[in-house]
Design a protein around this ligand. Structure first.
Ligand code: N01
Length: 539
């Protein structure tokens, strides 16, 4: 093949990303519909988020028997998870197995980052360009880029002069990092930092955790899965899936119907204690109204603060950790293995950078207003330019050259989180405006992939070549997304990444759809049943 021939390759569909979403979308479009499909993936392997996030302690907060595909009975039968929560390496093994089992790799081009995607109305095709200058065209373009894949390294003056090494947790070196005997500074105490700190502390000479916002956390209680549970999960998978499809968050447990003040204070304390002992995100499911009523939420928040004070021996450190300024679960609630216990170690200290802000990174370490902390390594557990970041870092242009960046400059706008008016035949898996990050991700991903696949099948069987969200439907959905968030306590965490508040200059808009996965699924199904109401087709 000549260079010229190799450089413009034509497909029915292009998919950007080979994580959970991209793999299933490839399988669905290629093996169910018979389309010619190419996946473009920046990494050198499959896994998406899990390809990059290899930081110490990386583990999923969804329980393993629910953190998987459900579309294939054979796959469910043959795969065996080993722990209550899957670690990052086990998830990569799972996705490698899926890629091999369904022979997906032959249609994935690795080491290829998409830099631009432009819609050409004359041909009704997307023209996609990569960082290597290769070009592809396709009728359909599906972004499977993940919600948390654009690392956010804060712009702290002096980083370039730091004499030690630094890492962002979301771009962790594949060979690992040896902390032995090192003075380590960790910035960030979100889900990632809370997982990483206990593991780093095991080998580091000293770990200094720089905390800007104190955070709730509940023990994960991770453990190997017993044979009995593994058998049960396989035998009862239909029931488990039924629960996952009927709840707000797509997890395999129901949310209790009782409200906080339906029970006595003694019963409530017992319920919280039982959930604390059981561990995991179920803590959030103890009462129906935890995210609806501030007074109700306060009871859970107080319970956790009390736990923090009882675990952490130094009262000054305990107070800094328990001084939490937002409702419980209004930010994504972390779960942990010995996070608060870690602060009882002699080699771990906590710096409250809200009281004593970081001013600079020096060649020696981190300098706050009041002190300088000499360090060999800095770990940025500082999160992501979430949801919109992975889309906007590509130059996406729709009809008449309209850029996605321009359309979204005041915040994301789309219909059902799936399509944007002005961008025909572009589908965004788990895009902003869909439940995605508020949900057990594989549940949200399967629903989106299947909806997109059905929509394309509908088009092909009706001789339609173009689908596009209508502007009115898009505006209505943006209002719906705002209303759903405002009906909860979620927007009360003013510094949350759900609101884009962690990235300077990003519009403060609540991005995911907070109306619940089950409700969202119903809306999407009804829209399709009504002839794809709110979408315009062309041929
Ligand atoms: O990121 P985060 P994350 N100076 O944005 C702090 C998913 N996840 O990577 O809160 C000082 O939550 C920031 O402080 P503040 C999950 O959905 C899943 O931890 O902005 N500090 C915060 O403490 C999760 O929610 C799993 O004041 C700075 C931290 O850095 C999402 O990923 C595991 C700072 C960032 O917390 C993101 O979690 C892990 C600065 N300049 C993550 N900038 C599993 O299920 C930021 N911070 C496995």
């Amino acid at each position: 093949m000549t260079d010229a021939a190799r450089r413009v390759a034509e497909f029915d569909a292009l998919i950007i990303g080979a994580g959970f979403s991209g793999l299933y979308q490839l399988y669905s479009l290629r093996d169910r519909l018979g389309l010619s499909v190419q996946v473009l993936e920046a990494g050198e392997g499959v896994g998406g988020t899990w390809y990059w996030n290899r930081y110490p302690g990386a583990r999923c907060d969804s329980e393993s028997h629910s953190y998987c595909y459900t579309f294939s009975r054979e796959l469910l039968e043959e795969w065996q998870w080993t722990e209550r929560y899957p670690g990052d390496a086990e998830i990569r093994r799972y996705l490698d197995h899926v890629a091999d089992r369904f022979d997906l790799r032959r249609d994935i081009r690795f080491g290829t980052r998409v830099s631009s995607a432009h819609y050409d109305a004359a041909t009704n095709r997307w023209r996609v360009t990569t960082d290597k200058g290769d070009q592809f065209t396709a009728q359909f373009l599906v972004t499977a880029v993940g919600c948390l894949s654009t690392a956010n390294v804060p712009n702290i003056p002096g980083l370039e002069h730091f004499a030690g090494r630094w890492f962002h947790t979301g771009q962790w070196p594949h060979e690992g990092v040896d902390f032995t005997g090192k003075r380590v500074g960790q910035i960030g105490t979100g889900s990632t930092g809370i997982q990483a700190a206990p593991v780093i502390a095991e080998t580091a000479a000293h770990l200094t955790v720089f905390q800007r916002t104190a955070n709730y956390s509940v023990p994960a209680r991770n453990a190997p899965l017993t044979d009995e549970f593994q058998r049960w999960a396989k035998e009862h998978f239909d029931e488990v899936r039924q629960v996952m499809h009927s709840t707000t968050n797509g997890h395999p447990f129901a949310i209790d119907r009782r409200c906080v003040f339906d029970v006595t204070p003694e019963e409530r304390a017992q319920i919280y204690e039982a959930a604390w002992q059981k561990g995991g995100l179920q803590f959030r499911a103890t009462f129906h109204d935890l995210l609806l009523s501030k007074a109700s939420n306060d009871t859970a928040a107080d319970f956790i603060r009390h736990k923090i004070r009882s675990i952490v021996k130094d009262p000054v450190t305990a107070e800094k950790l328990a001084d939490i300024d937002h409702p419980y679960a209004a930010k994504r609630p972390p779960i942990d293995t010995d996070y608060f216990e870690t602060f009882n170690r002699a080699n771990v200290s906590l710096v409250d950078v809200r009281a004593d802000p970081i001013e600079a990174i020096t060649p020696l370490g981190i300098r706050t207003r009041a002190a300088e902390y000499p360090l060999d390594l800095i770990v940025f557990a500082t999160g992501f330019d979430a949801m919109t970041g992975p889309l906007l870092r590509m130059d996406i242009r729709g009809r008449d050259g309209l850029t996605l960046a321009e359309l979204w400059k005041a915040g994301p706008r789309n219909y059902l989180g799936l399509q944007v008016a002005g961008f025909p035949n572009l589908f965004t898996i788990t895009g902003p405006g869909s439940p995605s990050v508020l949900c057990n991700m594989p549940v949200a991903i399967e629903q989106h992939v299947e909806w997109i696949t059905d929509c394309i099948a509908h088009m092909r069987s009706h001789g339609l070549t173009r689908v596009e969200a209508e502007t009115e439907a898009m505006d209505g959905w943006v209002a719906e997304v705002n209303a759903a968030a405002n009906a909860t306590l979620l927007p009360q965490a003013h510094h949350s990444w759900y609101l884009g508040a962690n990235v300077p200059g990003k519009p403060r808009v609540f991005m995911p759809y907070a109306g619940g996965m089950a409700r969202y699924r119903k809306i999407c199904t009804e829209v399709a049943a009504k002839g794809y109401q709110g979408f315009a087709f062309g041929s």
